[in-house]
Design a protein around this ligand. Structure first.
Ligand code: NAP
Length: 243
């Protein structure tokens, strides 16, 4: 059975991706950082599709935890067919007040995390001469966003990582792409002050936030056989926010 590892799948976009990939028949490894209860809820949703899954806690930014997790998956299931680098955090703050420790946390999860997981799955995928890596970026990688220097830098870095890894892995049938959402209704955006939310929505031609399932549908397409000839691309799913 095809195995898909989705990082940060306990909530939000990651949960929707886990469910959509389960509908496509993959066995889902639901990674999370600490929210065990939420991960169990994702597992129940995955199982309700008729597919199978399991939860697996590890910090994507910790080298030893990532390599142990991937080794364990490969030992148990024989390989990893799909990796979705979705785990992410945002810490906002104006440049002059932003702490280096927060910069390291944001880059550590959003960019170093995707590097570590991609590195860990590369060997089994190259051996299998097949694989899909899908990175979850953001519209702000291109547009920038005042007060979000670390987050924007991490997401822009993820686009470079996508293109480099796509070039390195293509000859062995492994594709690497990035899906860049606009504003999506999840915990990450729930904390926005109402005036900021309305300001953002006024800039979105489609006039609303995305549902996590509208991002997950594109990820499921990129993981499918129909997308075999797409690699090194950034697919924008942003309601027209950035054209
Ligand atoms: P969310 O609701 O805040 O969920 C974040 C997920 O990441 C949770 O499952 C969390 O696990 C996990 N996570 C955080 N740090 C981790 C770590 N070090 N190791 C493993 N897992 C970790 O976020 P979301 O809004 O769904 O965002 C998902 C992705 O989409 C992120 O990469 C984000 O940057 C990107 N994105 C979001 C939006 C948006 O508008 N929401 C827009 C563009 C891009 P726990 O539950 O255990 O904490």
């Amino acid at each position: 059975m095809s195995v898909a590892l989705v990082t940060g799948a306990s909530r939000g976009i990651g949960r929707a991706i886990a469910v959509e990939l389960a509908k496509a028949g993959h066995h889902i490894i639901i990674n999370y950082a600490g929210n065990e209860e939420a991960a169990a809820e994702t597992l129940a949703e995955v199982q309700s599709t008729g597919s199978s899954g399991e939860t697996l806690r590890f910090d994507v930014g910790e080298d030893a935890e990532v390599s142990a997790a991937v080794k364990g998956i490969v030992a148990e299931h024989g390989g990893i067919d799909v990796l979705v680098n979705n785990a992410g955090i945002s810490i906002d703050g104006l440049l002059m007040r932003f702490k280096a420790v927060d910069w390291d946390r944001v880059l550590g999860t959003n960019l170093r995390g995707a590097f570590l997981t991609s590195k860990a799955v590369a060997r089994p995928m190259l051996k299998a001469r097949a694989g899909r890596i899908i990175n979850i970026g953001s519209v702000v990688a291109r547009s920038g966003s005042a007060g979000q220097a670390a987050y924007c830098a991490a997401k822009a870095g993820l686009e470079g990582l996508t293109r480099s890894n796509a070039q390195e892995l293509a000859s062995r049938g492994v594709t690497v792409n990035c899906v860049a959402p606009g504003f999506v209704a999840t915990d990450m955006t729930q904390g926005l002050p109402e005036d900021r939310r309305l300001e953002i929505l006024a800039q979105v031609p489609l006039g609303r936030m995305a549902s996590p399932y509208e991002i997950a549908a594109v990820v499921a397409f990129l993981a499918s056989d129909a997308a075999a000839y797409i690699t090194g691309q950034v697919i924008q799913v942003n309601g027209g926010l950035d054209m």
